[in-house]
Every structure is written in C-alpha cells, then in structure tokens.
Design a protein around this ligand. Structure first.
Ligand code: SF4
Length: 891
C-alpha cells in the first residue's frame, strides 16, 4: 500500500481484483496530467456491480406496533417515536407507485424543525400516487433497545421498515452529521457501503449544505444532490417509480438518475491517487441547482408535533441566498443567488400555516433578514394581521443596522424575542478582511438603544481561527469583549452580554477554502487567554468544544479516503457528533491520530490561494476565478488601505415611523366572559406524551378551532389555561379536565364538533361546558382500573389489593422541602411517608383481568396511584403498557 493510500483503498483494490469487469464505461476520458505531474500510485473506479438484473424494489414491510410500544416505556422522550401526530396524511403505501422516506440525520425535535425536509415531504405528499414518510434518529437509549430486540428503523406516519422504501432521502446540514448517516443506515439494516447494497435496499440520497464537497460520502451514498431539491425530488421519484414498473434493476435505475440535474452519482466516477498525496476525479461536472419562485414553503401538508421541538413555530422563508459575501460563510456562497419572496405571499403563507398548526410565533427565516428589501412592510403587515391574535414575530440574528431597531421594537409587542448579533471578529481590520460589514461603534450604538428599550441581554457571536495574518486576533477579541462589558455596565445594573466564541472551519467554495484549519490546542490556549484577559463580569463567554470543529474541519475539505476514518469512528461509537453531550473526543482523537500527517496537511493545512481543490473537479459551485480574485483582494487589505468602519451601515429607515408601532392584543381579548370546561380522554399514542406537551397540544387545537381564549396581560402574553392534576406519562385517562378562560361566551353545542376535529389522535373530546365562573373540581378520591394482560397477574394483584396491610412506609423525594444542613444532597430531599392502605383503597372490583378501585388522593391523606403501583404492588413504570394498562377512570 502506498503511504497515501487509505485502508479503504486497499480494500477496494482487492475487490476490483476479484471483479476486474467492474467499471464505469461512460465516464469522460480525462488525463491525470490535466491536474498534476506527480506519478499515479493508484487508480480507482467507484462503480458498483450491485446484484445484476434483479428487479429493483421490495413490497412495503409493516412493523407491528406491539413490537415498538413496550420499548417506549424505557426511553427518554417516547413521544419522539410514536408518530401519529396531527396533520399526518393518511395515504396507502401499498398502492403507491413509489415510496420515499425523508430523514434529517438527528433527533425528532431537530428533524421536525428542518424547513428543507418539510418542503420536500410536502412536494411528494401532494402527489396522489406517491407515498412519503419520515424517520429520524433514535437517541442511543432507544437505539440500544431496538438493537437488542432486533427492531429495525421504521417510519413514523405508518410504521414501515425503512429498508422497504424505494428511496431514502436525507437532508445533511452539517458535516458532523456524517456519522449519523451511518448510524441510520446501520439501524435500518442497510449496508453502509454503496457497493454492498442490492435491489432490495432503497436508493440512498442526500442533499443539504454539508455535501457541497460530496467526496467524503462517495463510498456510502447512491446519490448526492447539490442545491434546491423541490423539482429534483419529483424527477427522482418519477424515474424510480417508472423503473420499478418496468422491472429495471438497481443499477439501471441509478443509470437513469444521471439525467437529474444536480444529482451526483458516485458510481459514475473514477479517481487517481498520486505520489504527492493528491486525489483527482474523473466524471461529469455537476452544477448546483437553483429553485426560483415567488414564494417558498407554502405547505399543504403540515404536521404538528405532539412534543416540543426546537423550532416550535411557524417558519416563513423570507428569502434564499445572501448577497453580503462574507468571505468565511459557506451558506453565503453556496445558497446564492438571492431570491426574495413577495410580502403579500409571505403574509398569506404565514396565515395559512398559523391556521393549520395552531402555533403562536412566526419566525422570519433568512440568512440576512436585514437585507430583505421590504422588511419594514413585512413586519408591519405580519404584526397587524396576526399580532391581535396573540402571534409574536421572531427574527434571526441581525446585521448591525439602525433600521433594525424599530423593527425589533415592533416585533416585541406580544413577546420579547432574543437579540443576536454576529460581529465575528474583534478588530475592524479583521472584519474588513473577512468582509463582515459591521463596526464595533455601530454595534455599541445599537446595543445602547436596545438596552434602553427594555432588553437586558444581547447575544454576540465571534469566531477564532480566522485567517489572522498579524497574530493579533486573540488580543483584539479580548479588547472587544471588555468594551462590551463596559458598555453593559454603563447602561444599567442588569445589562449583560452573552458571547459565543467558536472555532472557524474553512469550507469548500468560499474565499477561505485554501486556509488552514486551526486545531483544538490553539483554541484552548486562546480561550484561556481570553478568560484571563476579561476585566468585566457582564460578559459571559461560552464556547463549543474545539474538537467538534476540528473533526468538522477534517470532513469539510477532505476526499473519498476520509470514508475509512468515518466508518472507523462510527464503529468505535461516534454519533450525534454535533451535540455537546454526544460528541466523543475519546473516539475521534485516536481516529484522527491515524490520519497520516501528509494527508492531514492536504485536507486541513494552509494552501496558496488558487490551489485546485478536488471537489472543484466534480461540482460547479461558485466560480473559482471570482474566488481567486476575492482571495487576492483579501490578502491585499491592510491597515493603510482598509476602508474606515462601515458607518454607512447605520442607515436610518425611510419607512414612516408612525407605522412601526408595536401591535398588542386588544383589551377585549384580555377580558373574561367566562370559562370553558373541556373534558377529554387521553389514550393511544398520547399516553406517551408528557403532561406539559399534552397541554400544549390542546392549546394548539383550540387555537386552530378558533376558540376566543383570553390572553394574559404579562410580559410574555399567552392564553389563560387551567389544567387539572397532571396525569403521569404512560397512564390512560377516560377524562381529563382543562378550564379555559374565554373573552366571549361560547355555545358548547356549536363548538363541540369544531374542537373535536382539531384534536390529534389519542385526545378525544368528551364534554364541553361554558359557565361564567370557574367551577373547581376538588376530588378526594379517584377511581382507577388496572387492565392486566395476563390472568395470573390479575389474580396475584387482586389478592394484594383485597388484603392490604394497615399501612406502608416509603421514602420519597420531596421537591418542596429545603435542603437539610449536614446531610448529603441526595438525602436532604428525601422524606419518609407512611400511608394507611386499608382506608385509602375502596370498592375493589374485578371484571375479567381488570381490577377497579377507588383511591383516596394524597391531598386527602391517601396515596397516589404511582406510589400504590411502585411502593406496594411493586409494578415499575417499565411494566406499564407491557404487563398492564393503568387507567384513570370516571368516578
Ligand atoms: S451576512 Fe450572514 S449569511 Fe450572509 S454571507 Fe455574511 S455571514 Fe453569511
């Protein structure tokens, strides 16, 4: 093996020796001399043989829910895995021409917040003859159980084996998701490497900003898509569905997919590895695809998650692309050109999404919202249309501009959102060099204004490891942070600045693609120095672990040989690498140490500006002559010739100021005409949803139905809601109660059906009553039924409940009790309880395998159902819904 060869290369060579016919016949002829004079040490062919002429596809394979439910008792956040949310379209996977499952390679909460995925899912679902579904990554607790039980990864709308789909499409937004791609494939029972798949495996494709350099994923994925996928996903589904109907093989369908513009098919390429370590690629050049429309994300299929997700709000894509051209910013280069949606369309889309989801916040999604030419109009129209309904607006991080102040104020009428600025560097010279058009003076002016308008906290982002030609980066940053601290102190006793400092990662197709990736030692030393240099306590500095950026740096500009290290890290336990508590430095450190120095230098080291990069041989990303020109410009900037700080950024808005007034909730909606008492049952999937999430699901359902709910008058206004006792997760209930304050009388007969149709599966409306005064239900006793799955259990526990001891004693954490001095922390919150069981239990009855009884509640001297099961019957929660169902029944 040559020193430049990876073990994966060696493996591929041996495979090719076994199968000398493997090869791509149609790849264009190119000469290695085209790229380098260094002798070739290895020639590679990425084509796959697959399994010959076997027709592609498998019938849908349904998973019995009874295999899933028992596992949900044992995991954190079971609601991630139940599916059946409100808004899921009920389509038939068996009669569909083609089936696709979409994934974001991370948890449900992040996946369901991903806009790209929602858009593509909706595109496919709109077609009657296609079936789309979703799956996300189980957290390692659930993954371990799935592995133990032999349960493969399944989709959420209908529990289908992911492996039985035709296409599995990922949206990979971050290089640190690469190991998660392997995690997902492994859990689905699909070979990690492309060449090992057969006609029974789905075609695995990914798009997303993190694959602009497709080479690291060449060995794993069947297709890697560049750009906006709205049109391409339909072309892919059409080709795959048609291919299945014609009985084509996997290889033939992949061949046909070559016609999809923007889709790179790795098996269509060859490569040479050279003595100097470089790898070069031969095959078609693929240009990234651009979707142009007057609006984005006008979704017809809106799924409302049953649990809180990261972006629990309506997201309206104001524009795509960013024209600022910051030299370090991958999204800025990759997502060009700028395409602005029209104000009227955005307002209409937001209204529609609010109605379908029941959310009460709109996020105006944009890479650079301050550059949207009609920002004031948009904010005014949104606020006027939806502010009176209690809907607040939130903005992404802001550019330093005066015109953003009235916009911010306007958006704070209902709820105050966070204010975030990205300054990125500590000196004007560095900001000029990286082309970040913000100045420190302007930022200080803005922060002063923002503090004076009631905000106590602003967030500012910085980076370390930028191309620092003078070695002043850290000292400049310290000065900048101390100045921010002084400013906060001047503005008031409670004013603070939260600062996030992260390690810069040079990305493909940016001006800095030739720059060095600085390492964790540099970052650790710099952070130490920064902390030691801070003279203020008003600035709180946080930073992610630099090892995450170091690994991201490895993956960003590497080539196909990195697949070996990726796979090795995955097998050693790497996954969820973008999570602070998921990243495993103990795994990555030895793996990174295996990368030969010369290769590491090639992938992560400093290169002269203009050096050809291997991904440029495949992808037409951003014109390289413009990148080279920009790099030369960057190199030429110094203190003498730099522009003065961008005072012009402090541009006053010419929008009529009288229109930019915060819109509040009308006083009428903060009054009370009475209460609506809502009785509902909680069963099915919803027993896996926590009390807080259930309250939120009900609140959203009432918003969708249009119930005139009263809003609070507080700082962050919300609907007035009173729930009864919280129902433990995993317990069924025949009747839960919520009291909702309403500002106009509600006729229950008129509203019963409207509310019912807005409730998600698992919540069913049982009663609806309106009264002027709130009638509190104060119960001393509650009836329960234990529905055992086996008669032996029913016999045994009937005996125990028939003959309870006089009393039982148990220790329990008491959250209200203060810590007792001189006792260890874990002991101090414990309290001894003694409960009289004989008087607490009444009216025991048996019906088949069910035991029903009345239980005196803790407030009246009895004990809770959880304590009865846990402490006396010794039935742990893990057994609920596995050995028995626990029902709270109507008295
Ligand atoms: S303004 Fe933001 S999104 Fe636009 S190029 Fe600069 S950093 Fe990137």
């Amino acid at each position: 093996m040559s020193p430049n060869q990876s073990p994966a290369t060696e493996e591929r060579q041996s495979l090719q020796q076994q199968n000398p016919d493997a090869g791509v016949e149609s790849a264009p002829v190119a000469s290695p001399a085209q790229y380098t004079t260094s002798p070739v040490v290895e020639e590679l062919d990425f084509s796959g043989e697959y399994d010959g002429d076997v027709p592609f596809g498998t019938p849908p394979s349904f998973i019995d829910r009874q295999r899933i439910l028992p596992l949900l008792q044992k995991v954190e956040k079971p609601g991630r895995y139940t599916g059946g949310e409100f808004g899921v379209p009920h389509k038939d996977p068996e009669s569909a021409r083609g089936r696709i499952v979409f994934s974001y390679p991370d948890t449900y909460e992040l996946g369901m917040s991903n806009e790209g995925l929602k858009i593509l899912y909706d595109c496919v679902q709109r077609k009657d003859d296609l079936y789309a579904d979703r799956t996300f990554l189980p957290w390692p607790d659930f993954r371990g159980l799935m592995k133990d039980e032999g349960l493969p990864l399944y989709s959420l709308d209908r529990p289908l084996e992911v492996r039985s789909f035709d296409v599995w499409a990922f949206n990979t937004a971050h290089e640190l998701h690469y190991t998660n791609l392997l995690y997902a494939l492994d859990l689905a029972g699909i070979p990690l490497r492309r060449k090992d798949r057969t006609g029974a495996d789905p075609i695995i494709i990914t798009g997303g900003t993190a694959v602009s350099n497709p080479l690291p994923l060449f060995d794993f994925l069947d297709g890697i898509f560049m750009g906006d996928g709205e049109d391409a996903i339909m072309e892919i589904m059409d080709i795959v569905s048609r291919g299945k109907e014609q009985g084509l093989s996997r290889k033939a369908i992949l061949q046909e997919l070559q016609s999809v513009e923007g889709l790179i098919r790795p098996d269509h390429y060859r490569a040479t590895v050279h003595e100097n370590g470089e790898a070069h690629y031969y095959g078609p050049m693929e240009a990234k695809r651009t979707y142009r429309a007057k609006e984005f994300a006008a979704l017809e299929n809106v799924i409302v998650p049953s649990i809180a997700i990261t972006q629990d709000r309506v997201v309206v894509e104001v524009n795509r692309g960013c024209g600022q051209g910051c030299r370090f910013c991958h999204a800025g280069f990759w997502k060009r050109p700028v395409r602005n949606a029209e104000v009227s369309n955005l307002v209409r889309i937001a209204g529609d999404l609010l109605k379908r989801s029941g959310n009460d916040t709109i996020t105006l999604h944009s890479l650079s919202i301050a550059d949207y030419p009609w920002l004031e109009e948009l904010v005014v129209e949104m606020a006027q249309a939806y502010g009176p309904e209690g809907v607040s607006l939130s903005l992404p991080s802001l550019r330093v501009q005066v015109k953003t102040i009235p916009v911010l104020e306007m958006t704070s009428g209902i709820r105050k959102s966070n204010v975030t600025f990205a300054l990125e560097a500590g000196s004007e010279l560095m900001r000029e060099r990286i082309r970040k058009k913000s100045s420190e003076d302007n930022l200080h002016y803005l922060i002063r204004e923002i503090y004076s308008r009631g905000w106590d906290l602003v967030k500012v982002y910085f980076m370390l490891g930028l191309p620092d030609r003078d070695g002043r980066e850290v000292d400049d940053l310290i000065k900048s942070l101390n100045a921010l601290g002084e400013l906060a102190k001047e503005c008031g006793p409670r004013k603070k600045v939260n600062v996030t400092v992260s390690l810069f990662v040079p990305k493909p197709f940016t001006t800095f693609q030739w720059e060095e990736q600085k390492g964790p030692e540099f970052f650790d030393e710099s952070i130490e120095k920064i902390k030691a240099g801070l003279t203020t306590n008003r600035v709180h500095v946080r930073h992610p672990t630099p090892w995450m950026s170091w690994v991201e740096g490895l993956l960003s500009r590497s080539d196909h040989r990195v697949s070996y290290y990726l796979e090795k890290a995955f097998h050693a336990g790497a996954s969820f690498d973008s999570w602070d508590d998921g990243f495993r430095q103990d795994v990555w450190e030895p793996v990174m140490a295996e990368v030969p120095d010369s290769i590491q230098q090639l992938w992560m080291g400093q290169k002269p500006g203009g050096t050809p990069m291997p991904f440029e041989e495949i992808v037409e990303g951003f014109p390289r002559d413009r990148l080279i020109k920009d790099f030369e410009k960057f190199e030429s900037i110094n203190e003498e010739n730099m522009n003065p700080p961008h005072k012009q950024a402090l541009k006053e808005s010419d929008f009529p100021p009288e229109l930019l007034k915060p819109v509040g909730i009308p006083a009428e909606k903060q009054s009370r005409a009475g209460f609506l008492k809502i009785g509902f049952s909680k069963t099915g999937n919803f027993v896996y949803i926590s009390h807080l999430d259930t309250m939120d699901a009900l609140r959203k359902a009432l918003r969708r139905a249009g119930i005139p709910m009263t809003f609070t008058r507080g700082y962050n206004k919300h609907e007035k809601f009173h729930f009864g006792d919280s129902l433990p997760i995993y317990m069924h209930s025949e009747r839960e109660v919520a009291d909702v304050s309403v500002y106009s009388p509600v006729n229950p007969d008129e509203w019963f059906a409207k509310i019912s149709e807005q409730l998600p599966e698992g919540l069913e409306l049982k009663s609806l009553n309106f009264s002027e005064n709130r009638e509190k239900e104060r119960k001393e006793k509650q009836s329960y039924t234990l529905k055992f799955f086996h008669s032996e259990d029913a016999d045994r526990f009937e005996e125990m409940l028939k003959n309870p001891p006089e009393s039982i004693q148990f220790e329990k954490k008491d959250r209200k009790r203060k810590r007792v001095r001189n006792l260890p922390r874990h002991k101090s919150a414990m309290r001894l309880h003694e409960k009289n069981l004989r008087t607490s239990l009444e009216e025991l009855q048996r019906d088949a395998n069910s035991l029903s009884f009345l239980l005196t509640l803790p407030e009246s001297g009895g004990l809770s159902i959880v304590d009865l099961l846990d402490r006396y019957l010794e039935i742990p929660r893990e057994d609920w819904n596995v050995r028995l169902q626990v029902w709270k029944t109507e008295n």
